[in-house]
Design a protein around this ligand. Sequence first.
Ligand SMILES: [Zn+2]
Length: 339
Amino acid sequence: MRAAVYKGEQVLQVEDIPDPVPGPSQVVMRVKYSAICGTDVHAFMYDLAQPGAVMGHEYTGTIVDVGADITRWKTGDRVVGGGGHPPPGTGSATRTNPRFNYRTMGFQQNARPRGYAEYVLLEEWEPTPVPDDVTDEQAALCEPCAVTVHAVRLSDLKLGDAAVVLGAGPIGLLCMQTARAGGATSVIVSEPAPGRADAARRLGADAVLNPLDGDLDAQVVELTGGTGPQVVFECAAAPSTLEQALDLSARGGQVVMIAIAWEPTPIIPPNWMAREVRMQSSFGTQPEDWRIALELMRTGRVSVDHMLNATNFVQLEGIQGAFEALCHPTNELQVVVEF
Ligand SMILES: [Zn+2]
């Protein structure tokens, strides 16, 4: 099969590698769409991925082969490549290692080729079925949607709260919708790029503010009746946004960090410290978040259609160029590898 193999030093090379063969309790899925995640772009940019690795964790497709003992899946089943509950005692390293270190372990723990390949070998418990009313294209965005479901479920957001989302990239656009589904009645988005700001407006943000134009803090305070938002979702990880998030929060409010900053991030405490703001980090997903994400898509409470209209679909052969382009500030919403 063809796979984009990471060669080190920001080089992805499309090579022929052996087709996976399912052993007992395993299935093989044929990948149809594999979305390029910011995490993979960072692994490429900072050369954190291991040479020989086939990255990609946001993929959807169909089951094409199953181990002899499999009764749960059959050929042709539509699935996303994650979200299944591991059997007891087999939790992932991320959750079970008390000193998990993202920089040194984040890209090594799963040596098996993943979504930037024509086929992926999965344990039979790993995939999640895609509902009939969710298209393959929509399902390709299940994992990033699940990331925002996870963040909203970790947060203290309550029905009727005001939420601010910093950044309207794919995660921000999904987060504004999952925050609303989670009970926020006012959702304010901060985004400087016009294309992304426009996407946030179309998806129903109550207000979209340009943080480079005027006093963001004053505008948010006015829009929230003088208090500031109860929850701020940090989906940008620009050098200034963590501090911005802390400063915007209401007294006793919460900042939920979703985006990962890979550079030193200066923060000056007095203002938000005096307001006793709480900070919650959010990392990846739990299995149930995938099912919830698919259900939110199925029922229309999360729409990914606008994102898909603005998605750049590339062939596997174009993956190197796509990663290089994503290393630089871009107005592009989402890039998906199509097989
Ligand atoms: Zn991802």
